[in-house]
Design a protein around this ligand. Sequence first.
Ligand SMILES: C=C(O[C@@H]1C=C(C(=O)O)C=C[C@H]1O)C(=O)O
Length: 296
Amino acid sequence: MQANYTLAKDPLSLERIRSILNRLEDTIIFSLIERAQFAHNPKIYERGVFKELEALPFYGSWLEWFLKETEIFHGAPRPGSPLPDEYPFTAGLPDPIIPPSEYPPILYPNTVNVNASILSFYIRSIVPRITTQASLALASLKRSRGINGDDELEDDGNYGSAATVDVEVLQAISKRVHYGKFVSESKFRQDPAVFIPHIQSGDSERLAALITKPDVEHRLLIRLRKKAMLYAQDFASDGEPLPNCTTKGKIDVDCVVDLYESYIIPLTKEVEVEYLLQRLDGMSQEEIDKLANQKY
Ligand SMILES: C=C(O[C@@H]1C=C(C(=O)O)C=C[C@H]1O)C(=O)O
């Protein structure tokens, strides 16, 4: 995913960064709508289920294998890579065939990567909920044909399609959450002296309070619900929108809002704080004092 900050006049404008976060809402909602077409297919998230993978050899889940192969093919950056808006889910990736392009060093060097948390909440809390409608329809169809094995009722066999969409959703959520580093750098540069004492004392709570903007979050959740309701709307063959009383729409709107409220926003703020806690690493006290008096 080409970094879209390299050509920007002011890549750290908070307004510009927030517009990118706003646009990523659309990508995430539409990717979730695509995933909701398939049943839960829980076996693709369990390790040791697909013995064919162990012959490769690979000992992760079906989805972890899709993530690994996709990230190798895309030449995903590795820790310390100059491409600061994409982060790998897979550890120990080989060097990309084509060396990564050089990007202007906008972020301070850091090791923050929360993709393990993203993968965990996505598998445990998001996939089961957004695929409920498809899974229930499948279960009803299977029962009508006398198939009752519980582990099969949520399995439509679309393991490749489901995992392909899962990778798209995970990459979009990862980009959105890790854009918190750009937000954090932008806020830090607005007034370094406000942040520096709390970074030096390791006061995560105080830093979290400084970066939290409740009004921005409140407006985001209202906007997100309206977008999800609109994008999920079903239409009749003549193009007339089907009223919500006759159809549930393409996705569970409450689940989309909960994804942001309970997972994406808190994790973005965690990235902002963790990035700030590394913002002075390697600096001398003299450099920090100079920074405290600097206005970008
Ligand atoms: C991303 C920002 O920082 C925080 C995180 C937000 C989010 O994840 O949507 C929104 C506002 C802030 O609490 C911001 O200020 O825009």
